[in-house]
Design a binder for this molecule. Structure first.
Ligand code: GLA
Length: 430
């Protein structure tokens, strides 16, 4: 990986991305699962499409178009709610919203979503109605929190469009929340600072959706930068933007297209186990513990609690080590850290599943000889996606081999695509 491909490499990346998604989707077209139907349209096209559907619905052009990306986490899983470290990047998949003033009065949003083919009207300031569709709760939750923070949306109408795979661990919900907040910013001509915006969106999910998520997803969608991984300290919310510009390395995302029901119930249980561990260790959060302290207490901790804590402590260290590996172009170390993260999530944190293990094992077997740098599950786990760093020259072949093996063994069509680190939420047009 020494050659510099420059803009030719960039063009090839786009072509490859298209080819991979096309070839992996050809057979899948018959399955028609929502994930593999999603397009990889560039942002300009998505923005054009949402503008058109807004105009078709409301008979006028939108005043604002905003976008917020999904994210993939390169390393640092289940560390955010332990005040620890994460290293995500935004992906070239977005929720886009076209909006304009509505004729009604007060704070309310009339909105429809072409991603879910539904619509609803959300009065803001009252209790959120029980009749809202699930996606409407994410939108309404953010509007309520914006109002409480002094950002009333006024009467708005909007159209939502998205190509972030739904329920795949790529933060489609956080992208929807952050896009909603960005729409209100655009309408008010205000700009919140990124940590404030991320925390507000996280609160919307915690309070209104009832999902006790950490800060990583909303922060990524709000604050990631193009060509950068974001090293985030989830306690101080300090960020370090780590350049990720080597054209010879490509981020490959493979969606297992399975989602285990356990995902939503296991998450709060894991959080609770981490809190128990921190309490028994006498620290505010597991971020403040190290392996020596944990091992000293090993006899007094329940075995499962010990293993959960070991994952968090070692994963925090892996994020720090990854930053060093990337700075020094040490791809062998970067790969080891990714496999180490996956093993720890599988064995100590127990959030993997057979399908994700198969995707990672296949990548590992192809190995550095076949152009694979490293691979791991990404996101909360129990299905969803893996993230694999691959030498750009080999990415098409690697994607084919992983998806073929998976399809033959599991009988489900996976979906694969490549992405560069994308820009966080922004106003596309106002
Ligand atoms: C979900 C949550 C995040 C984070 C990850 C696991 O994506 O929303 O806050 O905890 O799981 O790393």
């Amino acid at each position: 990986m020494h050659r510099c491909l420059g803009s030719a490499g960039e063009k090839r990346h786009i072509a490859l991305n298209y080819l991979i998604e096309l070839s992996c989707n050809l057979d899948a077209a018959l399955l028609l699962s929502p994930a593999n139907m999603l397009s990889s349209a560039p942002l300009e096209r998505l923005a054009r499409e949402v503008r058109q559907s807004y105009a078709a619905r409301y008979g006028t052009d939108p005043t604002w178009v905003v976008a917020a990306p999904g994210r993939v986490n390169i390393i640092g899983e289940h560390t955010d709610y332990n005040d620890g470290f994460v290293m995500p990047m935004a992906i070239e998949r977005y929720v886009v919203v076209a909006a304009g003033p509505a004729k009604s009065t007060g704070n309310s949003l009339e909105v429809f979503s072409s991603a879910t083919e539904g619509d609803c009207t959300i009065p803001v300031g009252e209790q959120l109605s029980d009749n809202l569709p699930q996606w409407g709760i994410y939108v309404g939750g953010v509007l309520q929190e914006m109002l409480a923070a002094g950002y009333p949306c006024g009467p708005l109408q909007a159209a939502i469009h998205s190509n972030v795979p739904l329920g795949a661990g790529l933060s489609s919900s956080a992208a929807l929340e952050v896009a909603t907040a960005t729409m209100v910013e655009a309408a008010l001509g205000e700009s919140m600072d990124e940590p404030e915006k991320a925390k507000l969106c996280q609160r919307a999910e915690n309070v209104h959706v009832g999902m006790p998520c950490g800060i990583m997803d909303q922060f990524s969608s709000a604050a990631c930068q193009a060509d950068r991984l974001m090293q985030l300290d989830c306690r101080s919310l300090d960020t370090k933007q780590v350049p990720f510009t080597n054209p010879d390395v490509t981020v490959l995302i493979v969606n297992s297209n399975v989602k285990r029901e356990l995902a939503s119930s296991a998450y709060p249980i894991r959080r609770g186990q981490c809190e128990v561990a921190a309490k028994q260790l006498g620290v505010p959060a597991l971020r403040d513990a190290d392996m020596a302290a944990l091992n000293k207490m090993a006899d007094q901790l329940e075995k499962v609690v010990y293993r959960r804590a070991r994952h968090v402590i070692t994963e925090n260290a892996r994020v720090q080590d990854m930053a060093v590996a990337l700075e020094s172009n040490n791809w062998a170390l970067a790969g080891e850290l990714m496999y180490g993260s996956h093993d720890s999530l599988r064995d100590d944190y127990e959030v993997s599943c057979d399908e994700l293990n198969l995707l990672v094992d296949t990548a590992h077997q192809i190995g550095s000889g076949g152009g694979v740098i490293g691979s791991r599950l990404t996101g909360a786990g129990f299905g969803g996606c893996t993230v694999t760093l691959v030498e750009t020259d080999a990415v098409e072949d690697v994607a084919q081999r992983i998806t073929q093996t998976y399809k033959t063994t599991v009988g489900i069509e996976p979906t694969a695509f490549t992405t560069r680190p994308a820009e966080g939420a922004h106003i596309v047009e106002s």
